[in-house]
Design a protein around this ligand. Structure first.
Ligand SMILES: Nc1ncnc2c1ncn2[C@@H]1O[C@H](COP(=O)(O)OP(=O)(O)OP(=O)(O)O)[C@@H](O)[C@H]1O
Length: 333
């Protein structure tokens, strides 16, 4: 049985369908990215997988435990790490107290190692934490009991670039240790760097599941060339070229040329060989282009230079029942 197995999962909030007939399997030892525009149903799916809300229809199982079977799920969650979208830790507790509590419930054999990597200020109360420090505490909390499966809702939101990269490296190393990681994201760069497969959700429905490699192949190459001769778009109208743009060049170039190419690079070079080129770059096309096709019109704009495809709508999750409680009880974290 796969670590995450979902079939026909539907979650309705009154008239609103948060997730609609979702079927998905996440395989052991893979990093699976869960993407979609704001309101697509990512958090709904994740909270349902953790048993924090009951499905309206369909089935879902994590590490073999049916999410409707409370005792099986409580047992399975000891082997699962979870980071909610907005971790609502007890604001009066220090980071150390929160980790102590979590450790007493689930264990904490990797706590020191994780604190070396992600170093929240442990002796300060969480109410004094910045968003990024709270997120770092959440990451330590999610991984410190060395879970087999880790489910993360936008794990890098609020992290600075150094910490984001550290997190990516850490997740890749976890995958290499055979761990399974499922996380939602709006950040295409991290998805490309870390994930083996991605699923894209839109309006509660899964629109695609594919490997990142296949997505990149389909996205093609971004080609930029500068030529010392006049070139018109029809000159590069050969198989595999898309979105050709031609501009007047400056300096030693007469023409600046750019297009997307989906095909074999050797064939491209053979075709370009006849031009008097002064410069040529062939690089991976931005993944945004592929994702925008799936996201559709309602998606936000990734923006120049950025790799977020839609801004996270931090609506808040203050009443998150999965937050580590302040004191006593709360075995089901
Ligand atoms: N508690 C709730 N009550 C009513 N509607 C809800 C509730 N939670 C989510 N929804 C609705 O369900 C749909 C899916 O929301 P969800 O939060 O799962 O999306 P998301 O993909 O996580 O979005 P984001 O990227 O903005 O975090 C949205 O239409 C949302 O308004």
């Amino acid at each position: 049985m796969d670590p995450i197995d979902v079939a026909g999962l539907t979650k309705e909030y009154g008239d609103v369908r948060g997730v609609d007939s979702l079927s998905l399997s996440v395989e052991s030892g893979e990093v699976f990215g869960f993407l979609g525009p704001n309101g697509a149903g990512k958090t709904t799916t994740i909270r349902t997988l953790l048993g924090l809300q009951a499905p309206t229809d369909g089935t879902a199982a994590v590490l073999g435990a049916d999410v409707r079977d409370e005792s099986a799920l409580v047992a399975a969650k000891r082997r699962i790490g979870y980071l909610p979208a907005n971790p609502a830790f007890d604001a009066t507790a220090t980071g150390r107290e929160i980790l102590d509590l979590h450790g007493s419930i689930k264990g904490g054999e990797r706590r020191a190692e994780l604190l070396d990597l992600f170093d929240p200020p442990l002796d300060r109360p969480v109410r004094e934490y910045s968003t990024g420090n709270e997120q770092k505490l959440g990451i330590v909390q999610a991984f410190m009991h060395d879970p087999e499966l880790v489910i993360l809702d936008e794990p890098t939101s609020g992290l600075d670039p150094l910490m984001q990269r550290r997190f990516e490296e850490f997740v890749r190393a976890e995958r290499d240790r055979g761990r399974t990681v499922f996380f939602s994201s709006h950040v295409l760069g991290e998805v490309r760097r870390v994930c083996d497969r991605v699923g894209v959700l839109r309006n509660g429905r899964l629109v695609t599941v594919e490997s990142v490699g296949d997505l990149l192949d389909r996205s093609g190459k971004a080609v930029h060339a500068r030529a010392a001769e006049a070139i018109v778009p029809s000159d590069v109208d050969f198989e595999g070229t898309h979105d050709v743009e031609v501009h007047d060049g400056d300096g030693d170039a007469v023409t600046e040329l750019s297009f997307t190419y989906t095909g074999e690079v050797n064939r491209l070079l053979a075709r370009l060989h006849r031009f008097d080129l002064v410069d040529l770059t062939v690089e991976e096309a931005p993944l945004e282009d592929a994702f925008m096709r799936f996201y559709g019109a309602e998606a936000g704009n990734g923006g120049a230079g950025g790799d977020r495809v839609a801004d996270a709508d931090d609506a808040g999750d203050a009443a998150d029942p999965d937050a580590v409680p302040a004191e006593g009880g709360g075995a089901d974290v």
